[in-house]
Design a protein around this ligand. Structure first.
Ligand SMILES: Nc1nc2c(ncn2[C@@H]2O[C@H](COP(=O)(O)OP(=O)(O)OP(=O)(O)O)[C@@H](O)[C@H]2O)c(=O)[nH]1
Length: 370
């Protein structure tokens, strides 16, 4: 397909390392390039650097004016990213902004999904000139299994460069780039899934607020932070009153719904930096309030208790009221490591049970002492 007759301007081309080499020497060069790119594709940690290095290697070692990796969007409708090396005097991307696959030889390669060997770029109607010295071009789909990622584009200053050996090597280079893209995307997807799982592992499934695991972590962090800043740390232990009778009278699903509503109401009272509402366990919820002293935390607890009453969720079996109520234990500590943060939980628990003993639907507060 090479049209040597049409190319009578080779005399003006600069001498390339390719010139004067016999077939074994050329094949040895191609093999060396392939080994180098394979090593980078399999072991390199940075995909962008790998693609850049591949293009640079092809331009440096071969009679190639431009080498590029052009990546497609998810819909395979546009090229959205190009990594290249060589002398590029006119970028198709810069010329038009968007680069749809309806345009250029690269677009044709992506649309047809087959390699495109252009022996003479001057007679190809799809060719978009990027460099005056380019005479021939080879484009290979970058595809891993059935998934198309883009196109490997190699533009040579010679008409006789893309023989069977060279094309076979570029096909393999495209496969290596495809593999590297595939693994980089897999690693990225895995990272996102891990992040999501990490988030899910911190959330209580019933109420959607933080779970005990998250609370333990935040308590530890809040404790250290308040110790470093010399500020108080307060904890509210919120326990629904007569929840067993509510479950017995209305069913567990209704009890679940009440718990969700209690969690939502508690959520309205965590407004400071580092504040947290969490499900401590069963029908107990906790609020972690860094920086709040006993008086401020008690005021929040009382406002929360009133908010639950105001919501007036019916409770047909409560000895306290006709609606759902809560007892709240408040504890405040001036954290000092190695004072254990669990002491704050124990104190809030004790205060909450004091509220129960005194008739429920009330707030009791206690300073946590070392
Ligand atoms: N519906 C529902 N009930 C729960 C859940 N977790 C714990 N409970 C129930 O909450 C009830 C707690 O009962 P108790 O510890 O006896 O306390 P109480 O009836 O609320 O009485 P006081 O706390 O003394 O006012 C138990 O019946 C648990 O089954 C939950 O996720 N959903």
């Amino acid at each position: 397909m090479a049209n040597d007759a049409a190319d009578n301007s080779t005399a003006e081309l600069p001498a390339a390392p390719w010139d004067g080499r016999d077939a074994p020497a050329r094949n040895a060069t191609l093999t060396r390039i392939l080994v180098r790119i394979a090593r980078e594709a399999l072991q390199g940690a940075d995909l962008e650097a790998m693609m850049q290095g591949t293009c640079a290697c092809l331009v440096a070692e071969l009679p190639v004016a431009i080498a590029s990796v052009i990546l497609l969007d998810e819909a395979h409708a546009y090229f959205v990213h190009e990594v290249w090396a060589g002398e590029w005097t006119l970028s198709p991307l810069e010329a038009t902004g968007d680069w749809p696959v309806s345009r250029g030889c690269a677009g044709r390669c992506a649309r047809l999904g087959t390699p495109q060997l252009i022996a003479d770029v001057r007679v190809d109607p799809d060719y978009v000139a990027g460099n005056d010295l380019v005479r021939s071009e080879y484009l290979v789909p970058i595809r891993h299994r059935q998934r198309m990622h883009g196109v490997l584009n190699i533009e040579s200053t010679r008409t006789d460069f893309f023989d069977a050996e060279a094309c076979a090597v570029f096909d393999a280079v495209a496969d290596l780039v495809a593999g590297a893209i595939h693994f980089a995307r897999m690693a990225n997807e895995l990272q996102q899934v891990n992040h999501r799982l990490e988030q899910l592992s911190m959330i209580d499934g019933l109420t959607g607020i933080a779970n005990r695991r998250c609370f333990d972590r935040e308590l530890d962090m809040g404790w250290r932070r308040m110790a470093a800043e010399g500020r108080p740390l307060s904890l509210l232990m919120v326990d629904a009153d007569a929840f067993k009778p509510l479950n017995d009278a209305c069913g567990h699903l209704h009890g679940d719904e009440c718990l969700r509503e209690l969690a939502r109401i508690c959520g309205e009272f965590v407004q400071g930096e580092g504040d947290l509402v969490a499900r401590f366990g069963g029908e107990e919820l906790v609020l972690l309030l860094p920086g709040r002293d006993l008086a401020a935390a008690t005021a929040i607890a009382e406002a929360l208790r009133v908010a639950v009453e105001t919501k007036a969720m019916p409770h047909p079996a409560s000895p306290v009221a006709a609606h759902v109520t809560v007892s709240v234990g408040v504890a405040t500590a001036l954290p000092a490591v190695p004072w254990p943060p669990e002491r704050l939980i124990a104190t809030a628990d004790r205060a909450m049970y004091a509220a129960k003993r005194r008739g429920r639907n009330r707030v009791c507060a206690e300073l946590a002492n070392p």
